[in-house]
Design a protein around this ligand. Structure first.
Ligand code: PMP
Length: 377
């Protein structure tokens, strides 16, 4: 048995983490996984999360019963408001379906699975992914560290797993180390009507290159005219600019324009809850009746995969989102993280240019946003 199972390559990012842990060099730096570190190169447990944890620990009414299949309602309701806006008409009109997922990865998977079963494909089941995208092969990491096959391709794999074929759209322009805006627009125009496009809501992974508000408007316009479906992946709300609302701007614009879409939401980065796996999938539907049907099917899918999402992290985030004081504190913690990232970019840029007079142009370090710096020919 299993003689024919081929050996799969290890995941490049997590292999790099293992290599980092094994390394005894005292000044080592891990530039692989996208996880925030403080000034001492340590993971940061947000002070607001510590506070919320203490509240949960002292809450005698809590038990370890199952959550509902679609998750903790106080969490999913507040999470929808966080991404779509507290005054979102779509929420008020009862058109938003929100399901708690295993962080952002689980939201991507559940969203993809749902599309694979129910999307009215115009031709073969395909998803358009930016080139590059999350988990795109990291060719520039030397093969003696990763092995030639040790590359992850998570967006690609997530869709392939459910029988949706990934195809790429132009995104990164090596000439400008920025956005290939014309290429992107051409891809949107050239795809068959009602194609599915995955867009990174903010802090694009791995390039750190985001469209400007004007470019987002132009993108939305083409998406509307071609009746495309937008699969938003939002793993970094607050991390890009330090402002939760600003980073949700593109998603809210699309909802305001009435474009059909779903949003995958992760609290791994902005709440520092990586291992707790807190996330949600929000499907914005045309009306309440459709929303109810969508929710019923998402429940069926979720039941056969995880039955019930985990409670601890969702309770933490729910406390933070639903308490005005904790929410304000969280926003300050987010500013601390985003502010430090921006400051580190500036300092790295200064050292390379002013101090070391390194040849070449390093402006992309300060122009790109979020945790990633990307410059590849
Ligand atoms: N999407 C993107 C673009 C990401 O960068 C990440 C995190 N690396 C995720 C989704 C999901 O991460 P998680 O499952 O930890 O929330």
């Amino acid at each position: 048995l299993w003689q024919d199972v081929p050996l799969a390559p290890p995941d490049s990012i997590f292999q790099l983490t293992a290599a980092y842990k094994a390394d005894t060099f005292k000044d080592k730096v891990n530039l692989g996984v996208g996880a925030y570190r403080d000034n001492d190169n340590k993971p940061w447990v947000l002070p607001v999360v510590k506070k919320a944890t203490a509240i949960l620990l002292n809450d005698e009414s809590l038990d370890h019963e199952y959550l509902p299949i679609t998750g903790l309602a106080e969490f999913t309701t507040a999470a929808a408001k966080l991404i779509l806006g507290a005054d979102s008409p779509a929420i008020k009109e009862g058109r938003v379906v929100s399901v708690q997922t295993i962080s952002g990865t689980g939201a991507n998977h559940l969203g993809a699975l749902f599309l694979s079963k129910f999307y009215k494909w115009n031709g073969p089941a395909r998803v358009y992914l930016s080139n590059p995208t999350w988990g795109k092969p990291f060719n520039y990491i030397p093969s003696n560290i990763l092995g030639t096959e040790g590359r992850s391709a998570n967006h690609h794999a997530i869709f392939r797993n459910v029988g949706i074929e990934p195809v790429e759209y132009a995104y990164y322009d090596p000439k400008t180390i920025g956005l290939d805006f014309n290429g992107f627009i051409d891809a949107l125009k050239g795809a068959p009507e009602r194609s599915v496009f995955l867009l990174h809501a903010c802090a694009h992974n791995p390039t750190g290159v985001d469209p400007t508000p004007e470019q987002w408007k132009a993108i939305a316009e083409v998406i509307a005219s071609k009746k495309h479906y937008t699969f938003f992946d939002c793993a970094y709300q607050g991390f890009a600019s330090g402002d939760l609302d600003k980073d949700a701007w593109a998603v809210r614009l699309f909802v305001e324009l009435g474009l059909p879409l779903l949003v995958c939401q992760s609290f791994a980065k902005n709440a520092g809850l990586y291992g707790e796996r807190v996330g949600a999938l929000h499907v914005v539907s045309p009306n309440t009746e459709t929303a109810n049907r969508v929710k019923s099917q998402l429940s069926v899918l979720q039941r056969s995969e995880i039955s019930n999402p985990p409670s601890h992290g969702a309770r933490l985030v729910s406390l933070i989102l639903n308490d005005a004081g904790l929410f304000e504190e969280w926003k300050r913690d987010i500013q601390t993280m985003a502010g430090r990232i921006i400051e580190m970019r500036r300092e790295l840029h200064r050292l390379l240019t002013e101090k070391l007079q390194t040849p070449g142009n390093w402006d992309h370090i300060v122009n790109q946003i979020g945790m990633f710096r990307y410059a590849r020919a």
